[in-house]
Design a protein around this ligand. Structure first.
Ligand SMILES: Cc1ncc(COP(=O)(O)O)c(C=O)c1O
Length: 433
């Protein structure tokens, strides 16, 4: 059933003699060399994703592509995106630090936090990044006397859309962004303290596969941007429409027609720039999932198969390694990497070893008959995969490997048990008693 994913991603993953390949390397070889669970990322896939999205927009209008660091902050991946000419959107001081370690200069960073503390704002000011304020009043929490070079506000345009309920980031129930009036007051305040350069931003939801949505939401943002610009006499240097570009996870989903998205968004963008005489800002976007989601497969071994009324296939990867299925019922395509040619006829529940009944990666999923030691491949694990992993149940976090053609590099070592207690301290009075 999930073999469709191999057809869809055939320039990245392959089937040779019933065995899964990542670029030119067999998954079984990678798993014996690096162990499991193992996140394996294709470098070429990330580069192709970046180029496809960037070229569709940039051939129509001056365009800037930020990468949402939170989706996968591995330093090797950040380096790939930097070398492609990407900028970064950071959600917290640690991401600003990571991006700078990966070689991004402060001028290529946007800091989109929410409910920021004064200390975080001070860190951002010292780092020299552009702050994207989630609330119009946050500007008053900057260290006294500071005058940022440029400011941006995150707009909540009143509606949002997401692939799941938990992935809608705008609208009346959303904790994010500012409505027009609040943002207007924020820009006014910024002008009062002498700020001269401005951007405007929204991020309204994630994993959207409806191509028409992006132009609709851009129209709402551009109307708000236009009214604020006319009221205050400001010009924006960039208009950032956020991320949210979806990828297919389920067999019935089709890839987002990115050409159609780009041409409809740019048409609205241009029309509204003229209507409100907004000058010539850059258009920008800040995807995470679209750039890295389908670049990565999670390899995991079968540890034990339990036959009951239902069959449970227990893996060495569970919700501590890949949280999305437990967190919001996310679907990930799953294949048996060493049995690609065998009939997928047995519906099984695929679970991990965590002591929670929500530790289920897939329910009633048809697989070939599996036994201990078989290697499962969980696709589309590159975005919000490792980045949401934890040490829950005292499971060390997995390793990550980057494949490029016939070569593979370890890009994060596997944690060992002593890493679990590395930051802990026992007061002497409790020892040896
Ligand atoms: C502010 C912001 N920008 C961009 C993104 C990236 O979203 P996506 O991975 O759906 O493109 C997110 C995701 O949560 C976000 O919060």
């Amino acid at each position: 059933m999930d073999r469709w994913i191999l057809n869809l991603l055939k320039d990245t993953f392959g089937n040779k003699g019933g065995e899964l390949y990542v670029e030119d390397l067999p998954a079984t070889r990678l798993s014996s060399e690096y162990g499991t669970p193992l996140y394996v990322t294709s470098e070429a896939r990330i580069r192709n994703n970046f180029r496809r999205l960037y070229s569709e927009f940039s051939k129509r209008t001056p365009f800037r592509l930020y990468y949402a660091v939170k989706s996968n902050s591995n330093l090797a991946i950040l380096n790939i995106l930097r070398s492609e000419g990407g900028w970064v959107d950071c959600s917290c001081p640690a991401e600003i630090y990571e991006a700078s370690v990966a070689g991004f200069p402060a001028e290529r960073m946007l800091y989109t936090g929410n409910y920021n503390s004064r200390e975080e704002l001070e860190f951002a000011i010292k780092s020299g990044v552009t702050i994207n304020f989630d609330d119009g009043t946050l500007i008053d929490k900057l260290p006294s006397g500071s005058k940022p070079e440029m400011v941006c506000f995150r707009i909540n345009p009143g509606m949002g859309k997401g692939g799941k309920e938990g992935l809608v980031f705008a609208g009346p129930d959303s904790k994010f962004g500012s409505p027009e009036k609040v943002a207007l007051a924020g820009y006014r305040r910024a002008k009062e303290i002498g700020v001269k350069r401005f951007g405007i931003h929204m991020m309204t939801g994630s994993n959207v596969l409806d191509p028409r949505y992006f132009a609709q939401i851009t129209e709402l943002l551009m109307d708000i941007a236009g009214r604020i610009s006319q009221e205050l006499g400001i010009e924006y240097e960039f208009v950032n429409i956020g991320g949210g570009f979806g990828i297919p996870y389920r067999p019935d989903e089709v890839p987002l027609p990115i050409e159609e998205v780009a041409s409809s968004v740019v048409e609205v963008f241009r029309r509204k720039l003229d209507e409100y005489r907004m000058g010539k800002p850059l258009l920008a976007a800040e995807p995470g999932r679209y750039l890295v989601g389908d670049s990565t497969v999670l390899l995991s071994r079968v540890c034990h198969v339990k036959q009951r009324e239902k069959t449970f296939v227990g893996l060495d990867a569970g919700m501590s390694v890949l949280l999305r299925p437990a967190l919001y019922g996310a679907y990930h395509p799953i294949l048996v990497a060493n049995k690609l040619e065998e009939q997928q006829e047995y519906p099984v529940n695929i679970c991990g070893q965590i002591c929670e009944n929500t530790d289920i990666l897939a329910k009633d999923r048809p697989l070939p008959k599996v036994k201990d030691g078989d290697l499962l491949a969980i696709f589309n694990a590159g975005a919000y995969g490792f980045s949401m992993s934890s040490q829950y149940n005292n499971r060390p976090r997995p390793a990550e490997v980057l494949v490029s053609g016939k070569g593979a590099d370890l890009i994060r070592r596997r944690e060992i048990i002593s890493d679990l207690v590395a930051g802990e301290q026992v007061p002497p009075r409790l020892m040896n008693r």
